[in-house]
Design a protein around this ligand. Structure first.
Ligand SMILES: Nc1ncnc2c1ncn2[C@@H]1O[C@H](COP(=O)(O)OP(=O)(O)O)[C@@H](O)[C@H]1O
Ligand SMILES: [Mg+2]
Length: 288
């Protein structure tokens, strides 16, 4: 069997907490002993609320942040200590905010050409790349401010594809978009993944986006993967309270799913935060 396209082994990253005067006031463990494998051509979903460590994992996979310990392998080769640009050709990232990731003073064509140049690919591919993300070729002459959020994200995807990567790290790629636009961008990613044989690490706080798109999910809570497995199994039979909490905010699509819906106690009519829920469960266990 060939090596998985992405393998993460016991990855840990802490950040110092600084006081207002720049002194050290302790450390926050952003990523805590995370391991996962993504087979070639597969889509792995990493879910978890804000602050759970998703972007820190993404940055380490991109070689932008160095882990404290653990290893990251791409096609079976460790990338730790390898100069970041050396593996950029194999891994590309799409960020949450397409507005901020595109240079406002460059046309769409210029932005894509910069990526092509950096990797020695012919500039003539700009038109092909726009075709691939289903934008008209004349969009090459437009500036980011002339595009909608969904169009900007398509340009960011085209730019990422310019270097013909094997693995795309998608860090909340649709979170800034309207729901209807979200669905279209996910559809595009699915088509591209199938046509180009791409492998995806798809990161989102929203589990509902993972239902059809991902084959496997990992649920991150405070830097740790608390549950992982085939997406269908995790949706049908979540094992961890925190997964149930995340699923409680996913719209149900059938009566069967409604019956499986976990029983989450409301606090003042609202879903509890993960912290409140875990405290509640602990209190329940003590009183048993
Ligand atoms: N550069 C940094 N310096 C200090 N703390 C950081 C830094 N980056 C992330 N963190 C902290 O690490 C934790 C995880 O952050 P992040 O990976 O951005 O989570 P997510 O993407 O899931 O919202 C948070 O507590 C965050 O404040
Ligand atoms: Mg993030």
């Amino acid at each position: 069997m060939s090596a998985p396209t992405l393998e993460i082994r016991n990855l840990t990253k802490t950040f110092p907490i600084r006081t207002a005067f720049g002194g050290k006031a302790g450390a926050v463990t952003a990523v805590d002993d995370v391991s996962l494998r993504v087979a070639a051509g597969a889509v792995y979903g990493l879910a978890g609320e804000s602050g759970s460590g998703k972007s820190t994992i993404a940055r380490m996979v991109m070689g932008l942040t160095r882990p404290d310990s653990g290893d990251i392998l791409i096609d079976g080769q460790s990338i730790i200590g390898v100069k970041s640009h050396a593996h950029r050709g194999r891994v590309q990232m799409v960020f949450q905010n397409p507005g901020a990731s595109l240079n406002p003073r460059r046309t769409v064509g210029q932005s894509i050409r910069v990526a092509l140049d950096a990797h020695g690919k012919p500039a003539a591919r700009v038109g092909d790349l726009l075709d691939m993300v289903q934008l008209p070729r004349h969009f090459a002459d437009r500036y980011p401010h002339e595009l909608s959020g969904g169009q900007k994200q398509r340009v960011a995807i085209a730019r990422a594809l310019a270097v013909e990567p094997r693995l795309l790290v998608l860090d909340e790629p649709t979170s800034a978009l309207d729901v209807s636009v979200q669905a279209k961008v996910i559809e595009l990613l699915e088509d591209l993944g199938r046509d180009l044989g791409l492998t995806y690490l798809f990161i989102s706080h929203d589990l509902s986006l993972m239902r059809n798109f991902t084959a496997e999910v990992g649920v991150l809570y405070r830097g740790r993967i608390v549950e992982t497995g085939p997406t269908a199994r995790v949706f049908a039979d979540p094992q961890h309270d925190y997964t149930r909490l995340l699923l409680a905010s996913v719209p149900v699509i059938s009566d069967e799913e409604a019956a499986l819906r976990p029983d989450i106690p409301l606090i003042n009519g609202e879903l509890p935060t993960a912290e409140e829920l875990l405290a509640l469960r602990q209190a329940e266990r003590k009183s048993e």
